[in-house]
Design a protein around this ligand. Structure first.
Ligand SMILES: Cc1cc2nc3c(=O)[nH]c(=O)nc-3n(C[C@H](O)[C@H](O)[C@H](O)COP(=O)(O)OP(=O)(O)OC[C@H]3O[C@@H](n4cnc5c(N)ncnc54)[C@H](O)[C@@H]3O)c2cc1C
Length: 381
């Protein structure tokens, strides 16, 4: 697939792979067990320009194309998808909407340090009672002079315990259609009344933190509203289109990592006096894993190119995410199967990889919601 990449994209791939092998791999298993947030790794990724890959250079980012961004997330996730998602949230769900909707003052104050990795952002849309039906969120933001007062609870917030700023979606108007009454706010983590809950105990990607964020009479200056009043749902949906390319890339990277582990093990493990890779049953599994991973990668690059070309790309992003997340679940499951009993033990990375994979079918819109988006586009074409 490298023949499809430009010199710049190949350079990025090599650089991130070297970083992931040299500075991430050795701590993956320990962080999976402890759940410790990879603070040093994220700081280094910021220094290398990988926390604002797409953000234009004049706004503090690295100014690369979306294929480069996908490659960054893919290569990080090949080794550690927890690091991949932390970076993806900051890049796609924070820097991207700020690039598109922030005013000059907000760009200087927030986007520049976020894109440079000096600050970390969290995207707070989901609530205990609104997940797939995000437009029904209940958190409120009531205008009071030159400020808004926010009340509500956000659930499942990635980076929530480590972020310095939360992009919070709250209802500013209850009299209009649900999706039209929502606005977006930049809320500093230290704001009075913002309380971060305990870390959720997750199946996988354990060193990426996920918390509830409670807002009780949190007062934010009106200058912290991102975009116009009522524009919040649109901002959230555009952010998620961009985010889905990141999650799809995360799935492709993890799939690639699992395939490599399976190939390695199948060459080492001897049964019936032969390495198991000589059995056609194992070879056919490896062939399917390779084909599916490559096909998913093509869909990710296609979605990234569509985004760079301008115009809407929600169809391509949804297809890339749906397919790649389905692939990574299948591929990691087969990687465990190829390891036999060893694959069921924590001694081998494929056990963690299978646990890490599942969430790609759930967050940033479940697979059912991706199918809904794709079908709606097909039917309205
Ligand atoms: C580890 C992790 C990290 C996350 N990080 C973030 C984050 O940083 N920020 C954030 O805002 N959110 C985050 N989320 C939340 C995530 O986006 C939601 O969990 C997801 O959108 C699904 O919402 P839900 O969990 O409420 O499931 P529900 O919406 O309750 O869905 C339950 C099931 O019903 C299905 N379903 C729902 N509606 C329909 C329908 N109309 N048709 C068919 N099927 C349907 C779903 O597909 C699913 O299978 C995170 C979640 C996890 C697990």
């Amino acid at each position: 697939m490298e023949h499809l990449l430009t010199e710049e994209q190949l350079d990025v791939k090599r650089a991130v792979r070297e970083f992931a092998e040299g500075e991430i791999r050795s701590s993956v298993a320990a962080r999976d067990e402890s759940g410790e947030f990879p603070a040093d790794i994220m700081r280094r990724l910021g220094e290398l320009g990988f926390m604002g890959v797409n953000t234009p250079e004049n706004l503090g980012g690295t100014g690369m194309d979306t294929v480069c961004y996908a490659i960054v997330i893919e290569e990080l996730s090949r080794v550690d998808p927890a690091v991949g998602v932390i970076a993806s949230v900051n890049n796609s769900l924070i820097c991207y909407p700020l690039e598109k909707f922030a005013n000059a003052e907000q760009r200087e104050k927030w986007l520049r340090p976020l894109a440079a990795g000096k600050l970390l952002g969290a995207f707070a849309l989901t609530e205990p009672e609104s997940g797939s039906d995000a437009a029904s969120l209940k958190t409120t933001a009531v205008r009071d002079g030159d400020a808004y007062v926010l009340n509500g609870t956000k659930a499942f917030i990635t980076n929530g315990a480590n972020a310095q700023v939360h992009l919070v979606f709250a209802r500013t108007d209850k009299t209009v259609e649900k999706s039209k009454g929502i606005s977006a706010f930049l809320v500093p983590a230290g704001a009075q009344g913002l309380r971060v809950g305990t870390l959720e105990k997750k199946m996988g990607i354990r060193s990426s933190d996920c918390v509830e964020v409670n807002l009780q009479d949190v007062r934010v200056p009106a200058a912290n509203r991102l975009g116009k009043e009522g524009e919040g749902f649109k901002i959230a949906m555009l952010s998620l289109d961009s985010g889905r390319i990141g999650i799809a890339a995360q799935a492709v990277g993890l799939s690639q990592g699992a395939l490599e582990e399976a190939v390695k093990y199948s060459k080492q493990r001897v049964q019936f006096n032969r390495p198991i890779c000589e059995f056609q049953a194992i070879q056919f599994k490896l062939a399917d894993m390779e084909m599916l991973t490559q096909a998913a990668r093509l869909l990710v690059y296609a979605a990234a190119r569509k985004k760079d070309a301008g115009g809407r790309y929600n169809h391509e992003a949804a297809m890339a995410k749906l397919f790649a997340s389905d692939v990574v679940t299948k591929v990691t499951l087969e990687a465990v199967q190829i390891h036999g009993g060893a694959g069921y033990l924590m001694d081998y990375p494929v056990e963690r990889m299978l646990r890490d994979a599942k969430v790609t079918e759930i967050y940033e819109g479940t697979s059912e919601i991706q199918r809904f988006i794709i079908a709606r586009n097909v039917l309205s074409a």
